[in-house]
Design a protein around this ligand. Structure first.
Ligand code: CAA
Length: 250
């Protein structure tokens, strides 16, 4: 492990306890950042922290409902007080409520837009002024192949994930002169619980459409996050990186 003590940048990964979030936290920790994560469910968070500790990762978790502006504000304030200002924000928290549109409820729409898109405004808004003052920041938004191309049963999810692209491009322009980069990553189907929850028959049909013939690995996405967070990526902003095994080439 290459982690060095506390002289370095602070990285916040929202939705840290999920499959992608966990891989991102570990990779950023291995890179030497002070890593903190957000979580929603206490039981899962306790188990996760114990597991991370057992694996040698010292990662603090902070509770927040990322769909709630004030809850995000309280979380960011707590992180600033305990660890320091956030230098790298990975907007990763996301949920699915898949259903054919004619059966989709307003609640399914609101839940997904709130957690997957409004959350990006909420968390970014609470860190941006401090990033501007310090003349450095990285905001990395985790979108999806299904925000680039649509997917049966995901009108809510695709809309939220597509919305991230407009957000990324605009914010990137606004803060480029302040040492802050804003980028989007669009993973395809990765071997997470979220993807494994899709009915096996449907999932197999989806995998059959991926030229590489397999699901992606969570670490493969984490490596891209690591690169975009690094100083090596300082000329990259407003970009979208697809990582989908060739499933969608645009
Ligand atoms: N394509 C075309 N037609 C489909 C279909 C599909 N993929 N899925 C279902 N249908 C048809 C059904 O055959 C059915 O037709 P009839 O009414 O004529 O019988 C009709 O649509 C309605 O089907 P259901 O009653 O099963 O629809 P539903 O609303 O209950 O839900 C679904 C269907 C669960 C959304 C299913 O389509 C599905 O699981 N789709 C995949 C969703 C998906 O890929 N989710 C990704 C989750 S992971 C993730 O999001 C991570 C990431 O970023 C990639």
């Amino acid at each position: 492990m290459t982690n060095e003590p506390n002289t370095k940048r602070v990285a916040l990964v929202t939705g840290a306890t999920g499959g992608l979030g966990t891989a991102m936290c570990k990779k950023l920790y291995d890179d030497g950042y002070t890593v903190v994560g957000s979580y929603r469910s206490q039981t899962k968070a306790d188990e996760w922290k114990a597991q991370m500790k057992a694996e040698g990762y010292d990662i603090e978790l902070f509770q927040a409902d990322v769909s709630d502006f004030d809850s995000c504000g309280r979380m960011i304030a707590a992180i600033e007080e305990k660890v320091g200002p956030v230098d790298i924000l990975v907007n990763n928290a996301g949920i699915t409520r898949d259903r054919a549109f004619h059966k989709m409820t307003k609640e399914m729409w609101d839940d997904v837009i709130g957690t997957n898109l409004t959350s990006v405004f909420n968390c970014s808004r609470h860190v941006i002024e401090s990033m501007i003052k310090r003349n450095f920041g990285r905001i990395i938004n985790i979108s999806s192949v299904n925000g680039q191309r649509g997917q049966f049963g995901q009108a809510n999810y695709s809309a939220a994930k597509a919305g991230m692209h407009g957000f990324t491009k605009t914010l990137a322009m606004e803060v480029a002169q302040k040492g802050i980069t804003v980028n989007t990553i669009s993973p395809g189907y990765i071997g997470t619980d979220m993807v494994m929850a899709v009915k096996e028959e449907i999932r197999n049909q989806i995998v059959a459409q991926i030229p590489l013939g397999r699901l992606g690995g969570t670490e493969e996405v984490a490596h891209l996050v690591s690169f975009l967070a690094s100083d090596k990526a300082s000329f990259i902003t407003g970009a979208n990186y697809a990582i989908n095994g060739g499933q969608h080439v645009a």
